[in-house]
Design a protein around this ligand. Structure first.
Ligand SMILES: [Zn+2]
Length: 297
């Protein structure tokens, strides 16, 4: 287990590597070294036609192809992102438990399930839940050669759906209006088609396991308005989700269920539910790797 300081050093090193490898930055550094104004000692001869100048080609912002790790045991690395941090838990459940703890439960159960998997090698991005930026999460996934990125979250609802209640003598807020999971993918991911393939497989496996899709993020109000790409499988498009758009590998985010809902929260704390979610995710990853060729190595 790495210390937070070691994790930070690793994260910073990986960001430095990415920066140095940026072809546009190298191009602009190189262009600074070349003088662009002619030397004053060189005179132009007036009668000669000016050479035809074709406009300089615009730099194309094509990132270098991403190559996932090749492991000696042949297992393909899947980066598992525990949504939020220990200090900033994300949403709160109807009984006042932080979302980060729910996310951690699932990622730890998933990682344990995959420990001896013959094809899939799990990599937990930020196991201690220290404060790290969203782009650093995907930089760490890339640094560790992940072929797939999965962010685990638990869902809530808009403020207008909440009511007050008391649990164990403490005032809490709940919303029983919604329940169910949701899968998110981004068109701005570097591999959007493969991300969508994985998102649909994940949604299909969740539905097959008996979980229901919650379409509440499609409500046409500020803060929602998410387009549903696939209603049967429960897949939304959310282009500007930072982890999805900065991941160089296919990526999806799973909202496992709505912890603001009192009944659903109780279900989501049950290890039997964790196991059903974990098995759905494992089946989706297996189908994804079986159906998609490995990225160029
Ligand atoms: Zn979250």
């Amino acid at each position: 287990m790495k210390t937070p300081a070691a994790l930070f050093a690793l994260a910073l090193a990986s960001v430095a590597t990415l920066t140095a490898a940026d072809p546009l930055k190298e191009l602009s550094a190189a262009s600074k070294a070349i003088p662009t104004t002619p030397s004053p000692r060189i005179k132009r001869v007036g009668i000669q036609p000016a050479p035809s100048v074709s406009p300089a080609p615009k730099p194309v912002a094509t990132p270098a192809p991403y190559r996932p790790a090749v492991r000696r045991d042949g297992r393909r690395v899947v980066a598992l992102d525990i949504g939020h941090t220990a200090a900033q838990q994300g949403a709160y459940s109807a009984r006042g438990r932080g979302e980060f703890l729910f996310n951690k439960d699932i990622v730890e159960a998933l990682s344990a399930r995959l420990r001896d998997h013959p094809q899939i090698a799990p990599f937990i991005i930020n196991p201690e839940g220290i404060p790290i930026s969203l782009p650093m999460r995907t930089a760490l996934a890339a640094k560790n050669g992940a072929e797939l990125f999965l962010a685990i979250h638990h869902d809530s609802a808009q403020d207008k759906y909440f009511s007050a209640w008391e649990f164990e003598g403490k005032p809490q807020r709940f919303s029983d209006d919604f329940h169910g999971y949701g899968v998110f993918v981004s068109d701005k991911n570097r591999q959007p088609a493969r991300s969508l393939v994985f998102g649909k497989l994940l949604g299909a496996e969740m539905a097959k396991a008996g979980f229901e899709f919650s379409p509440h993020h499609a409500e046409p109000v500020r803060g929602e308005n998410r387009a549903i790409i696939d209603n049967d499988r429960g897949v939304y498009r959310y282009n500007d989700l930072i982890v999805l758009k900065t991941a160089p590998m296919p990526a999806a985010l799973l909202e496992c269920g709505v912890i603001a809902n009192r009944e659903e929260e109780a279900r989501l704390r049950d290890p039997a539910t964790h196991a059903r979610i974990v098995e759905s995710i494992v089946a989706a990853i297996e189908r994804f790797f079986a159906s998609e060729p490995a990225a160029p190595r």
